[in-house]
Structures are given as C-alpha cells and as structure tokens.
Design a protein around this ligand. Structure first.
Ligand code: ZN
Length: 192
C-alpha cells in the first residue's frame, strides 16, 4: 500500500488521474493507495469528496483511501469522516497561514481528536518561510524552506499531539533531527 499519492484529478488530470495513476500503482505492485486532496479544486467540501469517491469507483477497482483537504472551518470534519474521508491532509503550511496560523492549528487538532480523524502534516512553519526575503526560485528552495521551518513545526505539532491526543502522521520530512524527535514522541503519543 502507498499511503501518499497525488493523482491530480479534475482540472489537473492532464498530469495524472484516477485511471493512469491506478494503472501505474498496479504495475508497481500496489493494491491500495491513499490519494491526497490538493487537486484543483481541492477536496475541501463534503460534496466534492463524494463526487471524487463516486468518480474513482467508476474509473478504478483499486482500493483507494481519500484524504480530505484541511478545511477552513474544522467543524465539517465529522461530516467528512462519515462521508468517506480517511484522514485530513496533507496539511500544507500555506493553508495554515491563510486560515490563521497557530490558532487555526489548535482548532483543527482539537476538532480532529474529538471526531477521531487522523491528520497528515506537511510540516514547515509558514511564519519562518515568510521571513525569507530573497529570491523565491528553485535554487533557493532549501533556504526559503530551511531546517528552522521544519524543526519549529515539528516541535509545535508534537505539543499539539500531546495537548489534544490527535492522531498525526508526518510526511515529506527532510531532517534526521525531525525523525529522532518523532520517534521519541511516538513512544508516548499517537504520532508517526
Ligand atoms: Zn505530498
């Protein structure tokens, strides 16, 4: 099983879609995948989630888990879960910033724990990313999104997991220090 794929359906289906993506997965020996919600439009409403699940059921026999995009209003998480959402995320730093930063994360983690839906975090602190004022091109990617951004986010998420008991999986990590912190925290919390 591959728990993290981006099949890019709807308006980005020229990159990949349910058909080409699941064919590639099967060719590689995968019988189940978890598909991320940052399609265009992103899967952030229950209506779109249902539409996507219906479409996938029509197009493929592969077993698919559908992620739900981090919603601006976390109170819809229960409805998303009932309608087939597997987990929230991956939650991107840009979304966190757009929806109110740390205050938003608190609300999201609290509600996800209450409802019982896990969260997948793409962990980089958006405030630190925005502190960078140099050129924003590919060559500077590692400076714009440097180690401080990842480590600050990992610290913050560990705190929220302990505070609310939210089930969290960290994705796209790049630093051995992050892995060490998460491994240690995972011994006493629902973090992977
Ligand atoms: Zn991803």
């Amino acid at each position: 099983m591959d728990i993290h794929v981006h099949f890019r359906d709807f308006e980005l289906s020229y990159k990949e879609d349910a058909v080409s993506g699941t064919q590639a997965a099967l060719a590689g020996g995968y019988i189940a995948v978890g598909d991320m919600p940052n399609t265009k439009p992103p899967i952030k409403t229950v209506e779109l989630l249902r539409k996507k699940i219906e479409e996938f059921n029509r197009k493929t026999k592969l077993h698919i888990r559908h992620y739900f995009g981090a919603p601006q209003d976390p109170s819809i998480l229960k409805d998303a879960l009932i309608n087939g959402a597997y987990a929230v995320g991956e939650v991107l730093p840009e979304e966190v910033l757009d929806y109110g930063g740390d205050q938003y994360l608190e609300a999201l983690f609290q509600e996800a724990a209450r409802v019982g839906i896990p969260i997948v975090m793409h962990c980089e602190d958006p405030v630190i990313i925005n502190q960078y004022s140099g050129p924003r091109d590919f060559e500077h990617h590692n400076v714009i999104r440097g180690p401080r951004a990842e480590l600050a986010c990992v610290h913050n998420i560990i705190k929220l997991v302990y505070r609310y008991g939210t089930k969290v999986h960290m994705t796209h990590l790049t630093l051995p220090q992050s892995i060490s912190m998460i491994r240690l925290s995972a011994l006493t919390s629902p973090l992977t």
